[in-house]
Design a binder for this molecule. Structure first.
Ligand code: G
Ligand code: G
Ligand code: MN
Length: 511
């Protein structure tokens, strides 16, 4: 059925809409997963940083304890207290060395005993912590010094960088961690750096200790979000794909539904796919071409030429028949008007109309335009109304038919004999022609009763003073019979099938 066939021109758009409706939930879902992954990684680095701060605080507590125990000894002679310094180093797991200070000068060290070195309290972050690249004994091994002071007295306890970098490395193997003290920082490989902290590409988190003067920074390297998603989200990706397919299919189906028969016909009309075919009508006696009937065809891009029985009923039902007929009349006028001069007597042009054309007076304008396209008096426009679909005799229809007659338009009753129009009806609308249905013409040569019916119709029309067109004339026998009985006009395959305009115009010039 041609009414379901989709529109070709808009096929690209339809495919695009289908793809988009499938892609949109996938893209949206992907964006949400990205955000979720970033949140998870942020949370992870924050926890790692908290854990690192906690571990460092425990280590510094232990180191600070050593300095606290030594501070009261500051000022005493080094020889008397150096064993106490060494005891702290031995007893405490993280303490590497201890020193006593007097008036900002180290004077006693756990390693060397008597020792002299000036210190600068300003080097210590908040006077408390100093991260060093190394000391004279181990110049390439970082260490952290805790300083405690009270007036001129001071005590220092140093913590080996090895323990610090172990914490940085082992708390979470995937997270990048650094320990920052003042302007210096230590990375997980145990190296000492000064200057700005590195910026981690993903989920950077910095956390300062509330108890000691240090900060921990945590983060992930470039591309971690995608790596995380790849390892954690494959089931969700499958779900997303599933949603994409479902949503794309829904989009596809909805669009198909939107392609209703009405849409399809509307499209066909805009694409000028409804075209006129012409079937000749000849004089009963001379067999000269006296006119034609215009028959609509749907030149469908996929189905080829579609006969009107298949689409006229829907066109009537949907109301599209009115604009379709208007277009058909315009096309006919454009095609045949150039031939005006060759018509010796008014050429009959039959146009099929339906009851829906008679609801208002628009038809009058359409007919006026049609007639004006031809040379004055060169044609005779015949509107064919099928007998099966009778028109209500209302004030409006009377006005319509009056105005049509005023224009010189003639009215024919199509398929006459198949309906049940009364004689009163024929008179009421001032009918000019009866088109005898082909089923009666086919009776010629049959039994006496059939012939009798046909003869009665012919006689009736003669009495009513109506001209007759016999339809469906296929054999010379039918033609002869009809002519002998005084039928004015004949139409049928014997004289010509409905044909395209070019062929009709060509044939017309030979008749
Ligand atoms: O040529 P044929 O198979 O074309 O016509 C089939 C039926 O369609 C006929 O009953 C004819 O009256 C009808 N028909 C053909 N063209 C038109 C048209 O333009 N308008 C209307 N309303 N009916 C038409
Ligand atoms: O408008 P109407 O309902 O009269 O439509 C005429 C119909 O009759 C069209 O479908 C047309 O193709 C068809 N037709 C015209 N001439 C002949 C013919 O000689 N034989 C047959 N079988 N059909 C015909
Ligand atoms: Mn007709």
């Amino acid at each position: 059925m041609p009414l379901n066939v989709k529109n070709r021109r808009k096929r690209g758009i339809r495919i695009a809409v289908t793809v988009l409706s499938g892609l949109l939930p996938v893209l949206l879902g992907f964006a949400i997963l990205c955000m979720q992954a970033e949140r998870t990684l942020q949370q992870s680095t924050r926890l790692t940083a908290e854990e690192a701060v906690h571990q460092f605080e425990l280590m510094f507590d232990n180191t600070a304890e050593a300095a606290r125990e030594l501070l009261p000894l500051a000022g005493q002679r080094c020889n008397d207290v150096k064993l106490a310094l060494r005891e702290q180093v031995t007893r405490r797991p993280f303490v590497r060395s201890t020193n006593l200070v007097w008036d900002d000068s180290i004077y006693c060290s756990s390693l060397f005993g008597d020792y002299q070195e000036k210190i600068n309290a300003g080097d210590y972050n908040q006077g408390q912590l100093l991260l060093m690249k190394g000391n004279p004994v181990t110049p390439d091994s970082a260490l952290l010094v805790y300083r405690l002071s009270d007036g001129l007295r001071g005590a220092l306890s140093a913590l080996d960088g090895y323990h610090l970098s172990n914490v940085l490395r082992l708390i979470d193997r995937k997270t990048l961690l650094v320990l920052q003290v003042g302007p210096n920082w230590l990375s997980a490989d145990g190296r000492f750096h000064d200057g700005a902290l590195p910026l981690f590409a993903v989920a950077q988190n910095e956390l300062a200790s509330s108890r000691y003067a240090f900060t921990v920074a945590a983060g992930f390297p470039e591309g971690e979000t995608w790596r995380y998603m790849k390892s954690e989200y494959p089931p969700l990706f499958s779900l997303l794909m599933f949603f994409g397919v479902v949503s794309g299919s829904i989009g596809h189906v909805l669009q198909k539904r939107a392609m209703s028969p009405r849409h399809e016909m509307q499209r066909a009309m805009e694409a000028a796919e409804f075209i006129p075919y012409f079937q000749p009508v000849v004089h009963g006696d001379s067999k000269q071409w006296s006119g034609c009937e215009v028959l609509m065809r749907w030149n469908h891009p996929k189905e080829g030429l579609v006969r009107p029985d298949l689409f006229i009923p829907f066109a009537e039902y949907s109301g599209l028949i009115v604009p379709m007929t208007r277009s058909l009349m315009q096309q006919t006028a454009t095609l045949l008007a150039p031939l005006s001069a060759s018509f010796k007597e008014p050429f009959h042009i039959g146009i099929n109309i339906t009851a829906s054309h008679c609801k208002d007076l628009d038809l009058v304008e359409d007919c006026r335009e049609f007639i004006q396209a031809f040379a004055p008096g060169s044609i005779s426009l015949v509107l064919e109304l099928t007998e099966r679909e009778l028109i209500e005799p209302t004030a409006m229809t009377h006005q319509l038919f009056e105005q049509l007659h005023g224009l010189g338009v003639m009215i024919a009753i199509d398929d006459f004999g198949t309906g049940h129009s009364s004689l009163g009806y024929l008179r009421e609308f001032n009918v000019d022609f009866l088109k005898i249905d082909q089923s009666f013409v086919a009776m010629i040569g049959g039994d006496a009763l059939s012939r009798h019916i046909l003869d009665t119709i012919i006689e009736l029309s003669a009495k009513l003073d109506l001209a007759i067109v016999a339809e469906g004339v296929e054999t010379p026998e039918q033609s002869d019979y009809l002519t002998a009985h005084g039928v004015n006009f004949l139409q049928g395959y014997l004289f010509g099938r409905p044909m395209p305009a070019e062929e009709f115009i060509n044939a017309l010039s030979h008749h």
